[in-house]
Design a protein. Structure first.
Lengths: 293, 519, 496
């Protein structure tokens, strides 16, 4: 099965690095495109970039070669270097030595590694910037779920006209503030909010005060209508496998509600902390999930 | 200093950005002059470099940073800046647009992002550094770094806008990173095969080793190509562009819209011609059969989507997507005239897009909206602005003597030579769409009629507006003059297109492109 | 048509004729709405300068010379070149002289109706005239295309002058047709010639490259011919004519000068240029499929005349009449004989003079009485004798009765048809003249011989002098042209 030249041999033994890089690349790509949570997207992005780094590093590797630092026998300064006793000649030997083709074979290629240093720097910069963006998005919209952000943007575009989306977003506030924290568990039973006042300075309030109220309201913009719809699936869905409803939710915005339910779970634990920690809490959960696929 | 002109092109904005960041902490007011001055200095260096390039024997200048030698084969390691006529032309476009936008930026930046001027101008100048660097670098990996420099600063500039801008930027980050990473991956494959990252070195290696049929190189070509297409917002990958440009602050959209996509077109031309080589790109791949059709789809869809917009900036954004299709098409119809058209369109499209976005910024400032509904009577209110804006519009349509006509002329001629009728038809179609778009806009501004056809005034020029709304009220001079200058450039580049085209012809004479005339 | 022996003179006068309106434009804008007398003086001055520049070139041309002026190089081998030959000069004379008349008329009309935005009106009028001169003096296809587009765009604000719903509809039709044809039909045709003739070295010059198209295959030539003929949609050939009635929403001076003289004549002018100087009569005659173009031209003549019969709105009736008359011009060109082309060139001048008179009258009637429809005109002849008299003369000239200008041109077109042994074309000409009688004469007859019972005889109520004088002059011009036909024919080199 593993004889020379067979494809399996080639893939799994000789070029395992490359296989892994392709798999990682695809995982990352999938996460970037298909995931609904912005942080998960970022994780995907990191995986994506890491895959490329793995590829480059693999390119530089040679069998039996060592790190590209002068071996003792090649080092002009080292003890094994050919010492001539005269001081002058030693001086002249101090510059870098150009090794011939035969000697070079003993080292792995340093260039790809060096390139990857730059690429890593770029990747870190991108990640940092994207995280900052997430923070701003969270401050602005009170959520980092893509479909909810889209819904809110749409709602803002409608402007004063009370569309369904706007209502659902706005009503979430009074609903949660009244039923307070415990409401996050028995959501299905919570009655529709008495008044759908559209006076919602939610963006401001959330951005400034990391109070429990602000956070919970941001995390579950659950309209009465949606709650009713969601309640049907609540008993089956929410607890045991949050991954499943999530992927389904990313498809259609109306069914997107199972997701908020996943978050409140994390919320009570991280309730009083700053917003960034809350995000980390959500971020930490999906992490083990993705490689599993 | 003269002999280092190429380096100075980058040094001015790079150190300008540092100066903005440091000095801006003390005095915010100082950033604007720094930005304008460093752009002016950079432009001056750019013109000097153009002079040198034209004067040099081979019409190229190679500038090697850090004193590495690249003599041995394959053209080796080290950062080389390599300016040929194409590179330096596009660089000049970048710097010119940068200077105009820098001058224009004074008020919008103060008003839209108060207190963030140092940050803004730091990013602004870095963006220019990145873009100019892309045009000048002679190293494939270095190109990646510069693309990311331009992209990262671009993200920052866009995200300075509203919350929506932040959300839009996030998408841009995702797609941009995918694009750049794919490019990087492609470069990796190139490196495996050729052992060098220098563009000329790659070209030499491909020729010397007969790599045209190498599967690895084909993969590299596809990866690089897709990466660039994503970055330039070619149609199926355009999703990031409209939102990002619409919600960005005025100055940002004025800077990015004319440059980013165009510079990526430049990268594509560079890759196709100089890195992979004509033979590899066109003869040994099937892209030459596939791409024109993708272009057709791209232009069609982008034009139709532009038609559906009800807001100037968004409409312009989709127009950019359509124009990207033009230029990519010009490359892939694969002939001499197509390339002239593409390159000239990069230049002219940058000019006219700049003109339109500057105009849109002014309109937004005065009319408080860029929605079509709020524009009635603007001809009376700000005639100069509207004249400038519509000169840009006419150029997009392709009416002589604006530069848009000439680039479109060469593109059509290219389609004719290659007998790519589908490309020509779609070019005509999108031209008509642009006629509809801009004259619909003119109607909205000029006439007193609602969309559904009701008269708003009492005829005889009564627009149904009060005197206050039609009173002559132009924007501030610091914004108006850049607009008028850019409108003038649109016309001047059109009138003197011959000079530009002859430069492009010098560049293209090194490559063996089919001219295909005769019967 | 081009004689082999010509002396080429480098002269700046064509450029003066081109630029004079643009300089006038600066004055017009500067003077503005507040100083309207000054503003109209500028318009008038520009028109005078232009006309004198044009007229001063006539002796040179009659002496057998040709004037050229090189502006700048558009492409590597295609210059933006002005060249004055007899044909172009004739057209330029007509347009610039009639602009003077129209300027005077416009002052009366616009003030009489207290129109708004007169500065805009005069400004774009000046630009249009500049573009018209450009077309008249163009030396190659690209140059002509430049000015052609400039004319399309610069007339748009004039067509939509009223800024209301009708104006929008009219403007949309107008631009839709004109830009669609020029961008989608004309541009590919131009590009085609540019690319495929002699490996891209042909400048498409009207003098040097006549007949080069003959290198193409027959099919290609037919396609090109069709692209050019319909691409110049300003010629109003039948399937692409509806922009002209649509453009009648414009104020009457615009309809008069632009949509009876400048714009539409630019269209047919371009068509004649292409036929006679790009294809050349010989190539055209040998082209098999060329006959159907004659058919289309004849159909345009007949159908538009029939439609004109049914129109009650005076200006629309005149518009359809114009379409028919443009058909004559195209017909003369498609006949591809020297006589036919000469006839159509003459018809540009003759019809211009006649039709502008008619439009002036229609406008004068509107200014004086507010009437727009033929059925309202009863008894108007007594109230406006000069206007209606001029209308009568204009009608007769358009119908083509001697001793009025229209006769000469129709005569030559008929001669051209006989040269090609196309007797049926002569038949078409006769029938259409009869139709002209039916739709034009009743207007004057109603005005003079039918009285309106409801109204008392109010005495003479003419339009303002500024309106009446120009129309009287152009009516006189119809006579003069008849007697001037000899030098005109020499100018376009039909007779030596």
């Amino acid at each position: 099965m593993f004889e020379d030249g067979s494809i399996i041999n080639e893939l799994f033994i000789e070029r395992l690095n490359y296989l892994i890089y392709v798999v990682l690349l695809l995982i990352g790509l999938h996460a970037m495109i298909a995931k609904n949570n912005l942080i998960k997207k970022l994780i995907g992005m990191s995986i994506f970039q890491t895959a490329i780094i793995l590829f480059y590093v693999s390119v530089g590797v040679k069998e039996g070669a060592t790190i590209p630092i002068y071996l003792p026998e090649h080092d002009p300064h080292g003890s094994h270097a050919s010492h001539s006793d005269g001081n002058e000649t030693e001086q002249s030997n101090h510059g870098p030595v150009v090794l011939d083709a035969e000697l070079v074979k003993g080292y792995s290629n340093p260039l790809p590694h060096v390139l990857m240093l730059t690429a890593i720097v770029v990747g870190v910069a991108t990640l940092g910037l994207a995280l900052a963006l997430c923070l701003r998005i969270y401050q602005g919209y009170g959520t980092i779920e893509e479909d909810e952000i889209l819904a809110k943007i749409e709602g803002q575009e409608m402007g004063t006209k009370p569309s369904v989306v706007v209502k659902s977003v706005d009503s979430s506030k009074p609903a949660t503030s009244q039923s307070a924290k415990p409401a996050s568990k028995p959501k299905g039973s919570s009655s529709p909010s008495p008044k759908r006042s559209k006076a919602s300075p939610r963006t401001k309030a959330k951005a400034t005060s990391p109070t429990t109220k602000a956070k919970t309201s941001g995390a579950k913009p659950v309209s009465p209508k949606r709650k009713a719809a969601a309640s049907k699936s609540t008993t089956t869905g929410s607890k045991k496998s949050p991954a499943k409803p999530k992927t389904a939710a990313s498809k259609s915005t109306t069914k997107a509600k199972p997701k908020p339910r996943a978050k409140p779970k994390a919320k009570p634990t991280a309730r009083a902390k700053a917003t960034s920690t809350a995000k980390k809490a959500t971020a930490s959960k999906p992490k083990p999930k993705t490689p599993k696929k | 200093m003269m002999e280092n002109a190429i380096a100075w092109i980058l040094i001015f904005p790079l150190f300008g950005s540092v100066a903005c960041a440091i000095l801006g902490m003390g005095n915010k007011k100082i950033c604007y002059p720094i930005a304008v001055l460093s752009m002016a200095g950079s432009l001056w260096a750019g013109i000097e470099a153009l002079r040198q390039v034209i004067a040099s024997e081979e019409h190229t200048i190679s500038y090697i940073f850090g004193g590495w030698t690249l003599d041995q084969y394959p053209r080796g390691v080290g950062i080389e800046f390599y300016a040929d006529i194409l590179g330096i032309l596009i660089t000049l476009v970048v710097l010119g647009v940068g200077l105009i936008v820098a001058i224009y930026s004074k008020l919008p930046v103060q008003e839209e992002t108060p207190g963030k001027e140092p940050l803004f101008y730091t990013l602004f100048l870095l963006q220019i550094t990145g873009l100019a660097g892309i045009c000048l670098t002679g190293d494939a990996f270095n190109l990646y770094v510069l693309i990311e420099v331009a992209a990262l600063t671009g993200y920052g500039l866009i995200a300075m806008g509203s919350n929506r801008a932040a959300a839009a930027t996030f998408n841009y980050v995702m797609l941009g990173t995918i694009g750049a990473s794919l490019y990087l991956l492609g470069v990796g494959y190139i490196y495996i095969k050729t052992g060098t990252l220098n563009m000329i070195g790659i070209q030499q290696a491909i020729e010397a080793n007969g790599l045209a049929d190498s599967a690895t190189m084909q993969v590299a070509f596809v990866l690089v190509g897709i990466g660039i297409l994503i970055k330039m917002a070619f149609f199926p990958f355009h999703a990031w562009l409209p939102n990002a440009y619409c919600n960005a602050p005025t100055t940002t959209s004025c800077l990015l819209a004319p440059l980013v996509t165009k510079v990526m077109i430049y990268v594509m031309i560079r890759m196709v011609l100089s890195v992979f080589g004509v033979e590899f790109s066109f003869e040994s791949t099937m892209w030459v059969d596939v791409m024109p059709w993708l272009v057709v789809v791209a232009i069609l869809c982008a034009a139709i989507m532009a038609l559906a917009q009800r807001e100037i900036k968004r409409m312009l954004a989709y127009l950019i997507v359509a124009e990207v299709g033009y230029m990519v098409g010009g490359i892939w119809i694969y002939n001499y005239y197509g390339f002239i058209g593409s390159i000239f369109h990069v230049i002219s499209d940058a000019c006219m897009t700049l003109c339109l976005f500057l105009g849109a910024g002014l309109i937004l400032r005065k009319a408080k909206t860029t929605k079509f509904d709020g524009l009635r009577g603007l001809f009376g209110k700000m005639p100069l602005t509207m004249t400038g804006f519509f000169i840009g519009g006419f150029s997009i349509i392709g009416l002589p003597p604006t530069c848009g006509f000439f680039s479109k002329w060469y593109l059509i001629t290219g389609g004719m030579v290659s007998q790519r009728w589908e490309y020509m038809v779609v070019l005509m179609f999108s031209t008509m769409v642009m006629v509809v778009l801009f004259f619909r806009l003119i109607e909205r501004i000029h006439l007193a009629v609602t969309e559904s056809g009701e008269n708003l005034g009492h005829g005889h020029g009564d627009l149904g507006l009060n005197a206050e709304q039609t009173r002559f009220d132009e924007g501030p001079l610091s914004m108006l003059i850049p607009l008028l200058v850019s409108a003038t450039i649109v016309i001047v580049v059109g009138i003197y297109n011959q000079d530009v085209v002859s430069l492009i012809e010098i560049f293209l004479s090194d490559y063996n492109l089919p001219r295909g005339t005769g019967h | 048509m081009s004689a082999p022996e010509v002396t080429v003179i480098e002269d700046i006068r064509p450029l003066i004729a081109l630029v004079a309106p643009l300089i006038g434009l600066i004055g017009i804008v500067w003077a503005g709405e507040k100083r309207r007398n000054l503003r109209e003086t500028f318009t008038f001055l520009a028109a005078i300068v232009q006309a004198s520049a044009v007229l001063s070139m006539v002796p040179l041309l009659l002496g057998g010379g040709i004037i050229e002026f090189h502006i700048w190089q558009i492409f590597t081998n295609v210059p933006l070149l002005l060249r004055v030959d007899g044909f172009g000069l004739l057209f330029a004379c007509v347009a610039s002289l009639l602009w003077i008349a129209t300027t005077v008329y416009a002052i009366g009309y616009m003030r009489g109706l207290h129109e708004h935005a007169q500065t805009r009106f005069y400004s774009f009028f000046a630009i249009s005239l500049s573009a018209t001169m450009g077309v008249a003096f163009s030396a190659n296809l690209l140059t002509i295309y430049f000015f052609y587009e400039m004319l399309s765009v610069s007339t748009f604000p004039l067509v939509t002058h009223m800024q209301d719903k009708e104006a929008r509809t009219g403007g949309r039709t107008y631009l839709g047709y004109l830009l669609f044809t020029s961008l989608c039909l004309l541009l590919p045709a131009l590009s085609w010639c540019y690319v495929w003739l002699d490996g891209g070295t042909v400048t498409m010059d009207f003098l040097a490259d006549t007949g080069k198209v003959g290198e193409f295959s027959q099919t290609t030539q037919i396609i090109l011919l069709a692209l050019f003929t319909f691409g110049f949609a300003k010629a109003g050939l039948m399937p692409l004519h509806s922009w002209l009635p649509g453009a009648m929403v414009a104020p009457t001076p615009v309809s008069a000068l632009l949509h009876a003289v400048a714009v539409v004549k630019v269209g047919v002018f371009c068509v004649i240029r292409v036929y006679s100087d790009i294809f050349g009569t010989e190539v055209l005659r040998e082209l098999d499929g060329e006959d159907w173009l004659i058919g289309i031209a004849c159909a345009t003549i007949l159908i538009s005349s029939l439609i004109a019969l049914s129109q009650d709105n005076l200006k629309r009736r005149l518009a359809f009449s114009t379409i028919g008359q443009l058909g004559y011009v195209v017909l003369g060109a498609t006949l591809a004989t020297d006589m036919g082309i000469g006839g159509s060139v003459l018809h540009i001048a003759m019809h211009a003079c006649g039709k502008i008179t008619l439009f002036f009258c229609a406008g004068a009637i509107f200014v004086a009485s507010g009437k727009k429809y033929v059925s309202q005109l009863r008894g108007l002849g007594r109230r406006m004798p000069i206007t209606m008299g001029a209308f009568m003369i204009g009608s007769l000239s358009v119908i083509g009765l001697p001793p009025l200008g229209g006769f000469v041109s129709k005569w030559y077109i008929a001669l051209g048809a006989l040269d090609r042994d196309a007797i049926w074309v002569v038949g078409v000409l006769l029938v259409s003249s009869l139709l002209n009688v039916f739709y034009l004469l009743p207007v004057a007859v109603t005005a003079f011989f039918r009285t309106d019972e409801t109204e008392e005889n109010p005495g003479i109520q003419e339009a303002p002098m500024a309106c009446v004088v120009p129309l009287a002059l152009t009516a006189l011009g119809c006579f003069v042209l008849f007697f001037l036909s000899d030098p005109l024919l020499r100018l376009v080199k039909i007779i030596e």
